[in-house]
Design a protein around this ligand. Structure first.
Ligand code: SF4
Length: 522
């Protein structure tokens, strides 16, 4: 009989200890579904499982069993250094460690140095393999991957105790993550989901999830974690209309504008959708997904603004996603047009990302690496607010000046007030205020201003940003040390350095990585 293991699963929602208001209010709502799925599969195999969601406040050591055999960590790249430190800590106590989540998919070569297993697409057979083997693979861990996402996942009923545990942590607003599909049929070249086959999950599974929530929570709030919700629009709406009485569940979803005609938006509103997050990305390209065809510049701004205002007439919270630093961008237009968009659509909450090259997340990253444009910015800073590649048509100081200007404009007290007036419902209104002040205005603007100032005054940092050296500037090292607090002592030697061209190097290898060999799991 298989040895019963004590398994710890850590879902890293925060990248370091934190006390911010935004993370306090919303942190526990950012849980991922896969750690709950892995926890369920491990329990089904008869193992003892403890799942901890780390929102920056928990004492991870106290919450996991002292004699844990195997620790799975799910991490975004931004939290990778924390995950490396935790792996080191648990290995020192005799545990075997495995990494999953976006960082494992983007930077497997780097993560293999610090984990016994690095997991790409993960299905039940793959988890069985890890728990059966459960042995040290050092100095280089095994990189395992199924050929694609699993075709079905344990539903909310099987995951309920883990869902409930996360909900208990959310003090005010409690959101349950669900899925109706995986992957995306679009092919936006910067996106990790662009090369993942679109795969709807079974309608019966969706129905069962929704029925369960109606019995467990008085007025559930559901965030669909689909990369692009509603690709099979009618099928999803039929399921919701069959199972959910109008007004009983509030829904949040990320969806492209091209899927959101007025008839559909009305149907979404009727079915309880309270927040939509469409991607706009650029005023000069990606017209297909925003339904603006060949329109570009101010013409596209007007069309998108009309579309967003139409959505806001039916749906109280709309977050529009924008990307700065695309190779097509030059001059002040991308930033000025975004400000004009906000003037025309004051109810929309803008979310800004910089174009960053996340290892092997997207095929276009190969060409950036081939051109040697990618800098080894430590993972700790690789979120959507720090580019790791010099913008093609801007100097750094021009780029930061524009960024500070557009961000200050977007989260000024005047704009926050206009947004507050434009949003119809209480929770979306106050979410806009808390987020606008906490993470955007005081977080981002301060960070951009600091980097911009240092580009003038800090020679080390300037040389690094100009790719004259790969030595990590002391400013970054000190910030990582401060942020990680006591976890800094567990950071393995060399962990703040990574090879930004590891994807390109791996493509040039002659023998296939084990991740391809594992395709027999399909
Ligand atoms: S539509 Fe959205 S999820 Fe789909 S590939 Fe584009 S950015 Fe990614």
């Amino acid at each position: 009989m298989r040895h019963k293991l004590s398994i710890g699963i850590i879902d890293l929602v925060a990248k370091a200890p934190t006390r911010t208001m935004w993370m306090r209010v919303m942190g526990a709502n950012f849980v991922s579904i896969m750690p709950q799925v892995v926890a369920t599969w491990c329990e089904q195999q008869g193992h003892d499982v403890t799942l901890v969601t780390y929102t920056g406040r928990e004492n991870l050591i106290a919450q996991l069993p002292t004699q844990v055999d195997l620790v799975f960590i799910s991490s975004f790249t931004e939290a990778a250094l924390l995950s490396y430190a935790l792996s080191n800590l648990f290995r020192s106590r005799g545990a075997v460690t495995a990494l999953g989540g976006p960082h494992a998919r983007c930077y497997p070569q780097d993560a293999q140095k610090y984990f016994d297993y690095v997991l790409g697409f993960t299905d039940k057979a793959l988890i069985n393999e890890v728990t059966r083997d459960c042995s040290q693979h050092r100095p280089v861990g095994r990189n395992l991957s199924a050929s694609h996402h699993p075709v079905d996942l344990p539903g909310a009923r099987e995951r309920w105790k883990f869902i409930e545990q996360a909900l208990r942590k959310a003090p005010l607003i409690k959101i349950v993550p669900l899925l109706s599909s995986l992957g995306c049929p679009y092919s936006c070249e910067f996106c990790i989901d662009s090369s993942v086959r679109f795969q709807p999950l079974a309608p019966e599974a969706m129905k069962d999830d929704l029925r369960l929530l109606l019995t467990k929570i008085k007025h559930p709030r559901v965030a669909w974690h689909d990369p692009n919700f509603g690709v099979r629009f009618d099928e999803c709406m039929d399921v919701i209309e069959e199972v959910v009485p109008p007004g009983r569940i509030d829904f949040i979803a990320e969806s492209t504008l091209s899927l959101l005609s007025e008839a559909r938006v009305k149907r979404l509103a009727h079915n309880g959708f309270k927040a939509l997050l469409p991607g706009i990305e650029s005023w000069f390209e990606l017209g297909k997904k925003s339904r603006t065809g060949r329109s570009s510049g101010m013409d596209k701004v007007r069309k998108v603004s009309d579309h967003v205002n139409m959505i806001l007439r039916h749906i109280p919270y709309v977050q529009t996603n924008h990307i700065f630093g695309l190779d097509r961008d030059h001059g002040p237009d991308p930033f000025e047009l975004t400000k004009r968009f906000l003037d025309l659509s004051p109810g929309a909450f803008p979310a800004y990302s910089m174009l960053s090259v996340f290892g092997q997340a997207a095929p276009q990253n190969l060409s950036f690496q081939r051109e040697n444009r990618v800098m080894p910015i430590p993972f700790h800073f690789l979120s959507n607010i720090q580019m790791n590649m010099k913008p093609k048509n801007y100097s750094w100081s021009q780029f930061y000046d524009h960024l500070i200007d557009v961000t200050t404009y977007s989260y000024s007290f005047r704009m926050i007030l206009r947004r507050l007036r434009a949003n119809g419902e209480t929770i979306p209104r106050w979410l806009n205020v808390v987020r606008g002040l906490s993470s955007e205005r005081f977080g981002r603007v301060r960070y951009f201003t600091e980097i911009s100032r240092r580009l003038e005054t800090d020679r080390e940092l300037r040389r690094f940003f100009e790719q004259e050296t790969n030595d990590i500037p002391r400013y970054f090292i000190e910030k990582i040390r401060r942020d990680l607090g006591h976890f800094w002592d567990w950071l393995p030697e060399g962990a703040i350095h990574h090879n930004p061209n590891a994807y390109l190097l791996s493509e040039n290898r002659t023998s296939p990585p084990e991740s391809i060999v594992r395709s027999s799991y399909a």
